[in-house]
Design a protein around this ligand. Sequence first.
Ligand code: AMP
Ligand code: GLY
Length: 417
Amino acid sequence: MNILVIGSGGREHALCFKMSKSKKASKIYCAPGNGGTRDLAQNVDIASNDIDGLLRFAIDKDIDLTIVGPEEPLVLGIVDKFKENNLRIFGPDKKASKLEASKEFSKKFMEKYDIKTAKYKSFTDYDEAIKGVKNFSYPLVIKADGLCLGKGVIICENEEDTIATLKDILKEKIFGDQGQKVIIEEFIYGVEASLICLVSGNEIIAMESAKDYKKILEGDKGLNTGGIGAYSPSELFTDKLKEKIEKAVLEKISIGLKEEKLEYNGIIFIGFMIEEDDIEVLEFNVRFGDPETEVLLPRLESDLIDIFEKTIDNKIKESDLIWTDQACVTVVTSSRGYPKKCEKGFSITGLKDLSNSLMVFHNGSKYENGELVTNGGRVLSITSLGEDINSARENIYKEIHKIKFDGMYYRKDIAIY
Ligand code: AMP
Ligand code: GLY
């Protein structure tokens, strides 16, 4: 089969890595890919939001299956476009992508189908929002309705922060059109973890759990990032909790997808806040997480292409998913300055000195004049399986110092809990 993976991060590298192990893959392309994917796939110089360019390429190269990594092409309607042209593609259409692309849409969905989530109100007008704040206590959470590259959620501790944040979003338009509407939400206490699920029509099949680390600094301090480390499985997902999630969340999503005619064939990646056996849903994503995918896929023993095909054909069963008992950890190395602006183009060395048991998924790298250089805020996800989380983590921290690039940073407390 000819496979096309869309995207350029560690998630897409992990997808290429796992699919390259399938006997079904004759050729894998990655558009645009990065310095790591080019070892497993042929990189194609088409941006992941160039839907027409991707469509032309898929037709030209007789692509049998397309896997979409990031949300942007999904929200732009790549699945609708490919299907109109009889191309097989894994992901939600434009309509279902709103579960991720609009916070208000997903909150309304949760409310309507009785899925427990933080209480909220939405506003487009600044003065109304200021009045509305009175119904919440501090801390409270303000979210831009649209997609803001992981920057659209602001936790406000007091009135001063709240006024400034509402002004920034609704008056100064710091998020442009994505911030035309905000939702104000109660703050929920607990520990976060995610569950990555396959969606096959309206059937939801849980894959495995993962926890990512969002804050740039050790001890979960500092600015939010796209995710700077992760491990799988999350210890919070006991059998009892999984059973509860099945009934209180997955079955309800399934009913909701059917009733709202939002059925699709792809991923739903559910963010939870968990406190003992109390679970609330924070958000939905309609794609694989990054770096969650880097710790999920190494644990999968089944053929990933087979799973994608069965999901698309509505034939997937839970028993098709075979997981190793091993745990997996990833530590993301990032560039100086991340998550704010950072310089790129620094030479990366030391990868050849790592032992074979480590996997390195590239988040932001490219080749320039034959040399591997940094090409993003997040650069490399250093990943290891292990008998348990501790041994996987130790494998990484024992060797991560061998990798070098100017301004390299990583957290030293990933997977310590
Ligand atoms: P979201 O994009 O909605 O998942 O929000 C990004 C991050 O903000 C989450 O991973 C949480 O760490 C935090 N967050 C979002 N909503 C809440 C909430 N209602 N209470 C506490 N923290 C939240
Ligand atoms: N790591 C969080 C995300 O992919 O949305």
